[in-house]
Design a protein around this ligand. Structure first.
Ligand code: PMP
Length: 418
C-alpha cells in the first residue's frame, strides 16, 4: 500500500531524490493525456513527464509497433546495421533545420549534450564554452558545468576553467531591450578576451527548467553573428523543446537560425530513452575517434521514434500545440488573480510566474501550495524557474480544449482559496 512504498522510498532512494508534492501520487497507469493512481483516481497530465510524452501515455498506435519490434529484435549496437536506426537518421535529416543531416544516437539528454560539446571541441580544436544563466543541460560533469541554475550545481565539483556564463536576455526588472543589450555586451566581451579558446556556446532555444523563458526574436541571430566572427560554434539544446512542444517541430525555428549542432532527446522516444546530436557534414567529419553508445539508437528506441514522428505528422501535433497553446494562454490571461505575475512561453510550453503577496510565505511555497491543491482536483502540473515559483504547463500535445477549459477553471478556483 501507499505507506509501505513511502517507507521503502525513504529507506532505499538517495535522500536528495526529488519529488513534487508532500505525498507524491503513485501512478499505476497512463492513457494519452491522463494518468491514474492506485486508487484509480484520474489526473489530467499537464507536465508530460517533463515534456517527454508529447504523443500521450501508452498511446496504443505507438506502443503496438514498439511491442512488435521488441518481439523481432531488441538490441545489437551499431556494430551491425539495423533498419530502424538508419531510417530514423534519414527521417531526422529531413526534419532538422537547414543543412543538418548527420545524427549520432545516444540515450539521455545529458549524454547527447556531452557528445555535442566533445564534437565542438574536436571540430574547433578549442576547449572553452559559453552558457546562459538559467540554462540547464544535464547532470554529467561537463553538462552540469554549463548549467546556470544554482540549485542543480554542485559548485565546488564542477569544471570552472574555460567556462563562461552570460546573463540571459530576460529579466523581470528591466526591459527586454536592455536585458538583450546586456547579454550581448557580455557575450562580446568574453569573445574578445577568450574567443580564441572557446569551442561553442550552448543554450536552450526556450529555457525550460529556468522558468520557461523565451528570448527576443532577433537575439539568436545576433548571438550567431558574434560567434561566427570568432569561429565559435552554436549548440542548441532542444532536449525539452523539440518535436512539436513549442508549436514548431524545433523551437529554434522561432528565431530563424540554423545552429551548428542540435541536440534532442525526451519527446523523440515518447518514454523510450533515445537522444541525438546532429550536425552538418563538415563538423561531423571532425569526429574522428571510432565512437558509439551501447544503447544509442537501439532498434526498439529507434522504431519507437519513427512511430512517434509519424504520429506527430499524421495527427498534426505541431499545429495542435500552436492552436491549443494560444488557447491555453488566452484563457490563463483571463484569470483575474493577484498571484499571477506573468504568463510566458509559446505552444504547449507555458509558464505562469507566481508571486506570494505575503511576506511570511515565499513564492516557492505559494507555488507548492498551488501544485498540491490542483493535484487534489485532478491535475498534475510542473514547476520550475530559478526560484521554483513558475507553474510549468507542458501537457501531452494530444490534450483537448475541454481538458484545458477544466484545468483553467480549476486553477482559477484554487487561486481564489490562497
Ligand atoms: N537539457 C535540457 C534542456 C533538459 O531539460 C534536460 C532535462 N530536464 C536535460 C538537458 C538533461 O536530460 P536528461 O535528464 O535526459 O539527461
Amino acid at each position: 500500500g501507499p505507506a509501505s512504498i513511502l517507507t521503502k522510498r525513504a529507506e532505499y532512494f538517495f535522500p536528495a531524490t526529488g519529488h513534487f508534492y508532500k505525498n507524491p501520487p503513485q501512478i499505476v497507469k497512463g492513457y494519452m493525456q491522463y494518468l491514474f493512481d492506485q486508487q484509480n483516481k484520474r489526473y489530467t497530465d499537464f507536465y508530460a513527464g517533463v515534456s517527454v510524452m508529447n504523443c500521450g501515455h501508452s498511446n496504443p498506435e505507438i506502443t503496438k509497433k514498439t511491442i512488435e519490434q521488441l518481439n523481432d529484435l531488441q538490441h545489437t549496437t551499431t556494430l551491425y546495421l539495423t533498419q530502424p536506426m538508419v531510417e530514423l537518421a534519414e527521417k531526422l535529416a529531413l526534419i532538422l533545420p537547414g543543412d543538418i543531416t548527420r545524427t549520432f544516437f545516444c540515450v539521455t539528454g545529458s549524454e547527447a549534450n556531452e557528445g555535442a560539446m566533445a564534437l565542438a571541441r574536436m571540430f574547433t580544436k578549442k576547449q572553452g564554452f559559453i552558457a546562459l544563466q538559467g540554462g540547464l543541460h544535464g547532470r554529467t560533469h561537463l553538462t552540469l558545468s554549463v548549467t546556470g541554475i544554482p540549485m542543480w550545481r554542485l559548485d565546488d565539483q564542477l569544471v570552472k576553467e574555460h567556462i563562461y556564463f552570460i546573463d540571459r536576455p530576460y529579466s523581470m526588472e528591466v526591459s527586454q531591450d536592455d536585458a538583450m543589450a546586456q547579454s550581448l555586451a557580455q557575450l562580446e566581451l568574453i569573445l574578445k578576451e577568450h574567443g580564441e579558446n572557446i569551442a561553442a556556446m550552448i543554450l536552450e532555444p526556450i529555457q525550460g527548467n529556468g522558468g520557461i523563458v523565451m528570448y527576443p526574436e532577433d537575439y539568436l541571430q545576433k548571438v550567431q553573428a558574434l560567434l561566427d566572427a570568432y569561429q565559435v560554434l552554436l549548440i542548441i539544446d532542444e532536449v525539452q523543446t523539440g518535436y512539436g512542444r513549442t508549436g514548431k517541430m524545433f523551437a529554434v525555428e522561432h528565431y530563424g537560425i540554423v545552429p551548428d549542432i542540435i541536440v534532442t532527446a525526451k519527446a523523440l522516444g515518447n518514454g523510450i530513452p533515445i537522444s541525438t546530436f546532429s550536425t552538418r557534414d563538415e563538423i561531423a567529419n571532425a569526429f574522428t575517434k571510432p565512437s558509439a553508445s551501447t544503447f544509442g539508437g537501439n532498434p526498439v528506441a529507434a522504431q519507437t521514434a519513427l512511430n512517434v514522428l509519424q504520429y506527430i505528422e499524421n495527427n498534426r501535433l505541431v499545429e495542435q500545440a500552436n492552436v491549443l497553446g494560444d488557447y491555453l494562454k488566452r484563457k490563463l490571461r483571463q484569470i483575474d488573480s493577484p498571484f499571477i505575475q506573468e504568463i510566458r512561453g509559446t505552444g504547449l510550453m507555458i509558464g505562469v510566474q507566481i508571486q506570494s503577496l505575503d511576506p511570511m510565505i515565499t513564492s516557492a511555497e505559494r507555488t507548492d501550495e498551488i501544485l498540491e491543491k490542483i493535484k487534489e482536483v485532478g491535475f498534475l502540473i510542473g514547476k520550475n524557474g530559478l526560484n521554483r515559483d513558475v507553474l510549468a504547463l507542458q501537457p501531452p500535445l494530444v490534450i483537448t480544449k475541454e481538458d484545458i477549459d477544466d484545468f483553467v477553471s480549476s486553477l482559477e478556483k484554487v487561486l481564489q482559496t490562497l
